[in-house]
Design a protein around this ligand. Structure first.
Ligand code: EPZ
Length: 419
């Protein structure tokens, strides 16, 4: 195992380039199951979760090859493998994104039931409800989802809550179904829109993506296609928080500004100096103590749950009180106890964390628990006096490409060492 050792109290100064969006790459890679042939997908970050998805595709007849940020896929014809095994699914819940494509293309899918994770139980009942409405026979036994259907039929589906991968799974399944599917209460995340754009390049007939109602007209077959994946708005927001917390002057390049309005507005409320130089470049100056402000997470276009932990780290040293409310996941405050060990003044009250800004944080050894909590602890390490050690850094490597290297290149004193 590895840990990050961070010498805090140094401002960031320099440039950071944002990588491709993990949460757009994963469904887009899974969509290659839907059509035989060759694909060139670019702007793919080098992440553990991407490697897991590529291994999963290899199990179901998609040959993969990677060269830097470009992945070549070749979906072989007449491959009848349809199982996403426990060994892979247990390491990444997003493996459930193979369920819709496998069922739609092969009429069978056997996908290990994704377990919960640190932030919550994370059931997939909405995915199964929708597929059953489309005519699938689904058994859940021995820890596997076992689904079959000769050909899915279009249906009108209302999700009980906004679900990102639920919307993506059913959009992919509906692309090859017979007839029209309408998704109500659909997710509007930019990553859902990026997937829809890719599916349309493959020949899918989709409208309404980016709104709460998506209409998919099923077609008999799709074609392989090439695609350049959108940049990662959460990675970009994470670096904005790092600069806000550590201070200094950062230029963020290749950022998807169009998809970051809630993040930019929220950080702007704190008094952070933000200048949008063009549609992918953000200039951040953080020279004064920021104002404590409230934040509540919501589905897009609201303030993202994936930014909650990172934003909390910034608020820990702000002026005044900040109330951060998490409405999406039931257990996404794992970073709070670790931040308190560094001197943060935080009280949990039901779904909210009440943060009273302190003047200084003191470095401490802390433990990462999930992807975004790890990023939050790194940001706190940049803000603290002394040397912070963040343990179990593998959580970070699932979703951030070269996190320590990018921060070091912008002036942070941070290194990765073996535990
Ligand atoms: C996606 O997860 C993201 N992952 C998550 O990012 C992100 O936090 C989440 O959306 C919310 O924005 C990927 O896109 C790969 P949901 P997903 O289904 O789709 C409940 C990260 O850090 N729900 O939108 O799994 C669920 O429990 C990760 O990159 C059901 O009850 O999340 C949660 O409370 C973490 N039944 C809420 O809905 C279902 O069938 C939203 O979950 C589905 C979801």
């Amino acid at each position: 195992m590895e840990k990050l050792v961070i010498e805090g109290g140094r401002p960031l100064n320099g440039k950071i380039r944002v990588s491709g969006a993990k949460n757009a790459c994963l469904p887009i890679l899974a969509a290659s199951i839907l059509a035989e042939g060759k694909y060139t997908i670019s702007n793919i970050p080098s992440l553990v979760d991407i490697r897991t998805m590529l291994s999963l595709l290899g199990e179901v007849g998609v040959e993969t090859d990677r060269d830097g940020e470009v992945v070549q896929l070749n979906t072989v014809a007449d491959n009848d493998a349809f199982t996403a095994p426990y060994e892979l699914v247990k390491t990444m819940r997003a493996s459930v994104l193979t369920l819709g494509p496998l069922l739609a293309k092969k009429g069978r899918a056997k996908v290990s039931l994704p377990g919960g994770c640190a932030i919550g139980e994370r059931p997939v009942d909405q995915h199964l409800k929708a597929l059953r409405l489309m005519g699938a026979d689904i058994e859940v036994e021995h820890g596997y989802i076992d689904a079959s259907c000769s050909r899915l039929k279009g249906a009108e589906i209302t999700f009980d809550m906004v679900t990102v991968t639920g919307t993506e799974n059913i959009m992919m399944a509906a692309a090859l179904a017979e007839g029209k599917t309408v998704l109500y209460n659909a997710a509007q995340e930019p990553e859902v829109v990026d997937l829809a754009k890719f599916l349309k390049k493959m020949g899918a007939v989709i409208s309404g993506e980016g709104s709460r109602t998506i209409v998919i007209e099923g077609v008999d077959r799709l074609e392989s296609a090439d695609y350049n994946v959108m940049a990662d708005r959460i990675e970009a927001g994470t670096y904005l928080c790092a600069a806000a917390g550590a201070g200094g002057h950062l230029i963020l390049e290749n950022a998807p500004v169009y998809a970051m309005k809630a993040i930019l507005d929220k950080l702007g409320e704190t008094g952070l100096e933000l200048k949008i130089l063009d549609d992918s470049t953000i200039d951040i100056r953080s020279e004064k103590r920021l104002l404590g402000i409230d934040a509540t997470t919501h589905p897009y276009p609201g303030f993202p749950t994936d930014m909650q932990a990172q934003f909390m780290a910034v608020m820990v040293k702000s002026r005044g009180i900040s109330v951060i409310t998490e409405t999406i996941f039931e257990n996404r405050f794992m970073h709070v106890s670790e931040l308190k060990r560094m001197g943060a003044d935080i009280r949990l009250m039901d779904k909210s964390a009440v943060i009273k800004g302190v003047k200084k944080l003191s470095a401490a050894p802390v433990m990462a628990s999930d992807l975004r909590a790890s990023a939050s602890l790194v940001i706190a390490g940049l803000m603290a006096e002394g040397t912070t050690e963040v343990h179990r850094v593998y959580h970070l490597d699932r979703g951030y490409e070269k996190f320590d290297i990018k921060l070091a290149a912008a002036g942070a004193k941070i290194e990765r060492v073996k535990e």
